[in-house]
Every structure is written in structure tokens, then in C-alpha cells.
Design a protein around this ligand. Structure first.
Ligand code: GAL
Length: 834
């Protein structure tokens, strides 16, 4: 029985990997799963990159040395909200290529890359039969979703891909996910929010769930999806209940789409995914802890789960059912484990099982590792809740150099009061432009070396035309049948307007003067398409007719004109965002009251916030653009506001979908951008921004993120701690686990301690985290007992019992312990009053 944690290595830094893997293991994972990102490893055909965030061998070795297994999904098409689904852009230019079908040029490149990865893994001795961690591979990704579009050639391609993969002699099983026609020697696997009904296409194959979507991704302008911990635990418990053997969280850690790696249409820079480890690698609670408990409960059932070929089924009620696994244990003796499910979305149910009564909350599964006592129920969360706090960063004293001058205002530390600016030329800026007849396809020209492509043409406007426009009271209009992702129209270097959308019609009125006018069209990409059939034909920029309407002599067909093209920005070409080259450009000091301007580069230097907490830049004061820290591209930024409606309080009960529980409506989709600590030096960090629409860099701040507040709420009737189950006297029944009191566990992030207990009540406390209050019944020593157990410690636990609280504050009433605590960096002792 394997529990797997999805982590994509390039969405973190190598410095973050060990901690992410360790936290996955601590949370109960046996396996780490990752895709392999072809576009990152072979950015130029034949030139490989296995360095830094793309050091795959290093990542796999860390997984191995942590004692975990690895599921390597080579693809090499990966989807993954990754630019172009992981395909390198040069693949479009291979003569005659058609992606993901029975096409010789494609198959040749695919085979070369997959072979390269398998060989690399074998040479580094990373397969399990060599003593390494790799137990399983994957070829293709959800091809079943698009196979029909390719007809017979699609079917042939599946067979070819399978044989090609098997022919590499990797010595471990290969998986194809969502592939009902996967050939005999390839395991077909399930992806989805629930996979408990899944049956592979042959009885000889194990039941694998390669992607359990524990959250979802976000678009610019979208709200933030959130999948409740209770529903997730329900889905996982149901999967193992009904015969599953491998389940992977997509994602356990989502991370960040650094640079221009985010896919499209319009995926944001953060890939937090509402995963149990957040974008920065901090535990999100109770998502992390509830899963840890779930995994521990499933592991207690493992001897029985593997002993039985199939579960015994019994119906307990109209919406309630039990699956019982029993057989001979490996160590001799009988083993038995049971899962009791209530799939009713509204009501809890009382059921009888083996002569005992059990109460099952709605939409929940109870796990009974001995077929008698409940170790875990998916709807009862005993794990702590954490509240992330974002603090305005303090720079260490004395670390400020002459380059950096931060300012503190309204309790926010803005990173600098001294900024330099530089205007990016509007339009054609360099020698490397070229002129061509007609409108060229965006990606054919840029090869995705930049988001930006300038098109310039000349429009001659006669006196008659001007009179005509005036008489009609209407300006001429640039009208394009279809475009993606962003179009900006300029006339004589003045911005007329912008259009945003995914293959939408663009209609932009423009104002011409009499005589010659420069018409500039800037097409932009915001992440290339990563899903769907025929990706190679998808392209960017314009499709269909492009016209200039409203002229006296009829429309002007823009595709018949001669256009001058320029790829990218001057600042990009000169690499003015790097430490080495930024001085090349002529920057000028920016006045603090300067009005905002479009197409502007900004730079400053800033000091690194104190401590070890993850660092973010708050770019809410900016418009849209890209940012670099010490030459590292931290991603695209965009302060676009999320949809106003659709966010509502979340009920864990009932089937989840990505629109069910979202937050952040009416606010900018993303304001904080992760800057990994390893990209920072103590002082004088170069920050360069390219701003497209206008913003105020003086209001940029650096902040640190931490799990600053913890809450726990555990009642007397909660289940005994899972770790107690490992004691033989409980497993063999000489003692009843029910005699063990439940516990509340609190833990701060590493390097932090519980600095204060803000609330504690053993009795009948009310409210929820951050809003607790004491009820009628309250043990007077609650606060001092909890403080004594926890204050100054990184983690602590308190028994939820009268014994622990030295009295029974209300006989005959079921009592609950509620605690709210604050975590602070452990080296910071100011809270102790020193
Ligand atoms: C799946 C796909 C993943 C990812 C996911 C959504 O269909 O296999 O790569 O894109 O959807 O996050």
C-alpha cells in the first residue's frame, strides 16, 4: 500500500528539496512523484540542461537517501500547467512533425528524449533493482482524453509508445494514466478527485491513482480553489477501502512557476495548488496533519489489506457500506481491518457492524485497523489548524549598504526609497528586426524566446479619410477575428488600447492623423497552451482575418500589408535584469512623485529580511510585467482582480469540483511572489521589474510568511492517538485502545517555538480558530496547564482528559479542549521579555 506525494522539482530550488521531501515523509508518504520537464532539459535541440532546478539526478538521489521511493513520469508530454505541456518549442519546427500521434519525426524525438532520461537514471543507478528509489515510470499523460482526435493513428501511437518504453529495459513497471486501452504490460491508472470506483483494464493490474487532485490551479483573474481536508481524506479512504493500492497527491507541494514556465491559457505564477505544503514549503494545516493521521490509520490496516485478495462487502444501510479485509498475517495469526463508509451527503448514520454500534458523520469513512475500534474518521479533524501570517520584513541592522535605502511607513517596510527607471522603446528598437509581407504567426517568429512580438506597418491616411471619420463620428478600428493572449495597439507610439482573451475577437478603435501613421501591434503570450490535441498547431497571436475598418474606400486587409517584426524587448535582449549587465543601460533616478508610466523598467537594491522564513515580494502596487531578483526570473506578475462572485462558505460534504470552494473573490489573484532564500544574499539584492501598464515601485515591500497562529480543537470523544496503536497490547486486544485518552498536538514550523498561548479552555469552548471563547463549562487551570506544556517549545501535546486538567469542570458533559497559540522564531526571545 503506497502513499505518494507529488513534487515537481523545477517548481522549487534544490535548496528546498530536502525539506520538502522530509516533510512528505513525515506526513506519511512512501513515494515521491514527479514529471520530467523536457522543455527545461532540452531547451535547444541536442543541448541538454541538468543543472540547478533541473538537476534531476540530484533530486532523485535526495528522494532515495531519504528512504522514499520515486515514481518518475517521463511523459514527455506532461500537461502540468507547464508552458506548452512540457514540450520544447523547437519541436514545432521539426519538419513534418505532428505531436502525440503515429508520426515518425515526433516519435523519433520522443524516443530520443525518453531514452536519454532512462539511460541517465540507469547510469546513476537510480532504479530500485540497482538500489535506487525509482519503482515506477510513466509514458505519455492522459492520452486517452485526446486519442479519438487522432483516429487509428492515435491507437497505433499508444502501442508504439508502450513498446518503445518497455524496450528501454528500465526494469520497473510503466504506467499510462487515463488510458483504458493501455496494452497488456502497461498499467492503466486513474486521475481525478475520486478514484474509488476505478478498475484497471485487466485483473492482473494493481489499482493505481496517479493524480488525486487535492486542490486546483488558478488563472490570472480567477479566484483561489480550496479542497476541504475532510473531503480529501474521504476520497483517499474510499480508494483504499475499495481495493486501491497506490495513491498520489497531485500536488503534495505545488510550488512556483518561476520564469515563464507557467502554462496557459493565463496560469498564474504561483502553483500553490492548495497543497498540504504551501507554495513556500510550509505546512498548511489541517490539510497536512489530517492526512498524516489518515496515512497512519491506513498503514495500520496494511497487514490485512495485503493479506486479503479482495474485501468482503457488506451493506450497512441505504447509503452506508463496509469493506472488510481479513486473512493470515505475515507474522502468523489472523489480521482484520474494516472501512465503514457513509456516503450520505447530509446526514450522519448509526450503523451496526460486528455487533457494535458506530456513528458515521455524513460523507465520511471510519477506519478500523482491528475490525473493532475506530482509529480515524475522515470527517473528524484532530490535527491543528494553522493561520499563515505575512509580516513586513525587518532587515538585519547594519546590513544596509549605500545601495539600499528602505523606508518604513504605515507599518509596512517598503523595500526601497531609491529607484531607477528606464523607458523601454515602444515599437521596433534594434537591428535584428525584419520585414515581411503579411501577418506571421506569433510563435513561428518568437520561438517563445520572449512573451512579446512587435508588428509595425505604415498606414497612409488621406484628407478625405479624415473628413470621412469626422462625418461618421467614428474612428477606424483594428478588427482581428481571433487572438490570444494579449494585444496592445499603438498608433504613432501612443497606446490606443489592449485586448485580453483566449482566442477572442479583438476590436480596437484607433486615432490616425493625416499622412503617414505607424500602426504598432504588440502580441503577447501569458503561458502557452498545455492541454489538448494538436498543440503544435495551436500557436499564438492572431487567427483569421485582420482588418482596419471604417475607411472611405472600404476596409484595409492588414494581412496584405508589409510588416516589420521585432521579437522581445530591448531590455530583455540586453539582459538588463542581470547583475552583470544592468549597468549597461542608462538608468535615471525615479522621483517618488513621478506619474506612472507604461513600458518601464525599474531597478533597486534591497536587503534580505531577517530570519529563515520564506520571503515574498508584495507587488500589489504594480500592474503587469515580469520581475527578476539577482538575475533570477521570479515570474510574471499581474495585479488583475479576481472575479467578484462565486466565493462562498465551504461545506466539505458532497462531491468536490474546482469551483466548489474558492476564496479571494474581488481581490487581485496574486500579489505575493516567492523569492527563494537561496537566491538572496544578505544585502544589496538587485530587483529589476519590467512594467507594462504602470505601477508604483515605491510601494513594493518584502515580506516573510510563517504559520504564525496555531489552533487545536479536540474533544474527549476523539480517537486515541494513532501512535498508541503500535503497542502490541492494543493490537492483540489485551488492552482496549478506547481506554487511551485523545491528545491535542501542536507544532510550529522548524526554527519556531510556541511563544504564547492566547486561548485555552477545557470544557465547552465555543467558536473556531481565532474566535474562540469560553463556554459555560471551563477548567480554570486550562491556560496555565497548556502554557506549561507548550510555551517555549517547538511542539507539544496535551491529553484531553480530566486527569490532565486535574478536575472535571462539568460532570456528565462531554468536554473539548480548544487552544490558540502563537509561533515565533526560536532565536527571537523578545517575547520572553529579555
Ligand atoms: C491533469 C494532468 C496534470 C495537470 C492536472 C491539473 O489532467 O494530467 O498534468 O494538468 O490535470 O492540474
Amino acid at each position: 500500500m503506497l502513499v505518494s506525494a507529488g513534487i515537481h522539482y523545477p517548481r522549487a530550488t534544490p535548496e528546498m528539496w530536502p525539506d520538502l521531501i522530509a516533510k512528505s515523509k513525515e506526513g506519511g508518504a512512501d513515494v515521491i512523484q514527479t514529471y520530467v520537464f523536457w522543455s527545461g532539459h532540452e531547451p535547444v535541440k541536442g543541448q541538454y540542461n541538468f543543472e540547478g532546478r533541473y538537476d534531476l539526478v540530484k533530486f532523485v538521489k535526495i528522494v532515495g537517501s531519504s528512504g522514499l521511493y520515486l515514481h518518475l513520469r517521463i511523459g514527455p508530454y506532461v500537461c502540468a500547467e507547464w508552458n506548452f505541456g512540457g514540450f520544447p518549442l523547437w519541436l514545432r519546427d521539426v519538419p513534418g512533425v505532428e505531436f502525440r500521434t503515429d508520426n515518425e519525426p515526433f516519435k523519433k524525438e520522443m524516443q530520443t528524449f525518453v531514452t536519454k532520461i532512462v539511460d541517465l537514471m540507469r547510469e546513476a543507478k537510480l532504479f530500485c533493482w540497482q538500489g535506487g528509489p525509482i519503482i515506477m515510470l510513466q509514458i505519455e499523460n492522459e492520452y486517452g482524453d485526446v486519442e479519438k482526435s487522432y483516429g487509428q493513428k492515435g491507437k497505433d501511437y499508444v502501442k508504439w509508445a508502450a513498446n518503445m518504453a518497455l524496450g528501454l529495459g528500465a526494469g520497473v513497471p510503466w504506467v499510462m494514466c487515463k488510458q483504458t486501452d493501455a496494452p497488456e504490460n502497461i498499467i492503466d491508472a486513474c486521475n481525478g478527485y475520486y478514484c474509488d470506483g476505478f478498475k484497471p483494464n485487466s485483473k492482473t493490474k494493481p489499482v493505481l491513482w496517479t493524480e488525486n487532485w487535492d486542490g486546483w490551479y488558478t488563472r490570472w483573474g480567477g479566484s483561489l480553489p480550496h479542497r476541504p481536508a475532510e473531503d480529501l481524506a474521504f476520497a483517499v479512504a474510499r480508494f483504499y477501502q475499495r481495493g486501491g493500492s497506490f495513491q498520489n497527491y497531485y500536488m503534495y507541494f505545488g510550488g512556483t512557476n518561476f520564469g515563464r514556465t507557467s502554462g496557459g491559457p493565463f496560469y498564474i505564477t504561483s502553483y500553490d495548488y492548495d497543497a498540504p505544503l504551501d507554495e513556500y514549503g510550509l505546512k498548511s494545516e489541517p490539510k497536512w496533519g489530517h492526512r498524516k493521521d489518515l496515512h497512519a490509520a491506513i498503514k495500520l490496516c496494511e497487514p490485512a489489506l495485503v493479506a486479503a485478495d479482495a474485501p468482503q462487502y457488506s451493506k450497512l444501510g441505504s447509503n452506508q457500506e463496509a469493506h472488510i479485509y481479513h486473512g493470515d498475517g505475515e507474522a502468523g495469526g489472523k489480521v482484520c481491518a474494516a472501512f465503514l463508509a457513509n456516503i450520505d451527503e447530509h446526514k450522519s448514520a448509526s450503523v451496526k457492524f460486528n455487533g457494535q454500534s458506530y456513528t458515521l458523520p455524513p460523507w465520511s469513512v471510519s477506519i478500523l485497523p482491528d475490525c473493532r475500534h475506530v482509529a480515524f474518521n475522515s470527517a473528524k479533524v484532530g490535527a491543528q489548524t494553522s493561520v499563515k501570517t505575512v509580516e513586513s520584513a525587518r532587515s538585519p541592522l547594519g546590513s544596509m549598504s549605500i545601495l539600499q535605502k528602505s523606508v518604513r511607513q504605515d507599518n509596512v517596510s517598503y523595500i526601497s526609497k531609491s529607484w531607477m527607471a528606464l523607458q523601454e522603446p515602444i515599437g521596433i528598437w534594434g537591428e535584428n528586426n525584419f520585414t515581411s509581407q503579411g501577418l506571421l504567426e506569433h510563435l513561428n517568429v518568437t520561438k517563445d524566446s520572449s512573451d512579446y512580438l512587435w508588428h509595425r506597418t505604415r498606414i497612409n491616411v488621406s484628407e478625405d479619410d479624415i473628413t470621412f471619420f469626422k462625418k461618421n463620428g467614428a474612428n477606424p478600428t483594428v478588427s482581428i477575428d481571433s487572438m490570444r493572449d494579449l494585444l496592445r495597439v499603438f498608433v504613432n507610439n501612443q497606446l490606443s488600447g489592449s485586448v485580453v482573451g483566449h482566442w477572442v475577437k479583438a476590436v480596437q478603435p484607433v486615432q490616425f492623423v493625416q499622412g503617414n501613421n505607424d500602426l504598432l501591434l504588440l502580441t503577447q503570450t501569458v503561458g502557452l497552451q498545455n492541454y489538448g490535441a494538436f498543440l503544435e498547431k495551436d500557436g499564438a497571436g492572431f487567427r483569421g482575418k485582420a482588418r482596419l475598418t471604417g475607411f472611405k474606400n472600404g476596409d484595409i486587409d492588414l494581412s496584405k500589408l508589409s510588416w516589420t517584426y521585432q521579437v522581445g524587448l530591448k531590455g530583455e535582449a540586453e539582459k538588463i535584469y542581470t547583475v552583470e549587465h544592468n549597468e549597461r543601460a542608462v538608468w535615471s533616478a525615479l522621483e517618488s512623485n513621478a506619474s506612472t508610466s507604461i513600458f518601464t523598467w525599474y531597478k533597486t537594491y534591497f536587503g534580505t529580511p531577517e530570519g529563515t522564513d520564506p520571503v515574498v515580494l508584495d507587488l500589489e502596487s504594480m500592474g503587469k510585467g515580469q520581475a527578476w531578483v539577482n538575475g533570477h526570473h521570479i515570474g510574471r506578475y499581474w495585479s488583475i482582480i479576481s472575479q467578484k462572485d462565486g466565493c462562498k462558505p465551504c461545506d466539505y460534504r458532497g462531491a468536490y469540483n474546482s469551483d466548489k470552494c474558492t476564496t479571494n473573490c474581488g481581490k487581485p489573484t496574486q500579489t505575493r511572489y516567492h523569492v527563494p532564500r537561496s537566491w538572496l544574499k544578505p544585502s544589496d539584492n538587485l530587483l529589476v521589474l519590467f512594467e507594462e501598464t504602470g505601477g508604483n515601485p515605491f510601494k513594493i515591500s518584502a515580506k516573510t510568511v510563517t504559520a504564525g497562529i496555531l489552533c487545536g480543537q479536540v474533544s474527549e470523544s476523539h480517537y486515541p492517538p494513532l501512535r498508541k496503536w503500535s503497542k502490541p497490547e492494543f493490537m492483540n486486544g489485551t488492552m482496549s485502545i478506547n481506554s487511551v485518552a485523545p491528545e491535542m498536538h501542536l507544532h510550529c514550523e522548524d526554527g519556531h517555538v510556541i511563544s504564547s498561548i492566547e486561548f485555552a479552555s477545557y470544557g465547552t469552548p465555543r467558536g473556531s480558530c481565532e474566535r474562540f471563547s469560553t463556554g459555560k463549562c471551563h477548567a480554570s487551570k486550562s491556560l496555565s496547564i497548556v502554557s506549561e506544556a507548550c510555551q517555549g517549545r517547538n511542539s507539544c501535546f496535551i491529553e484531553v482528559s480530566n486527569t490532565a486538567f486535574r478536575s472535571d469542570p462539568c460532570r456528565g458533559t462531554s468536554k473539548t479542549l480548544a487552544v490558540m497559540a502563537r509561533c515565533s522564531p526560536s532565536q527571537d526571545t523578545s517575547y520572553l521579555g529579555f
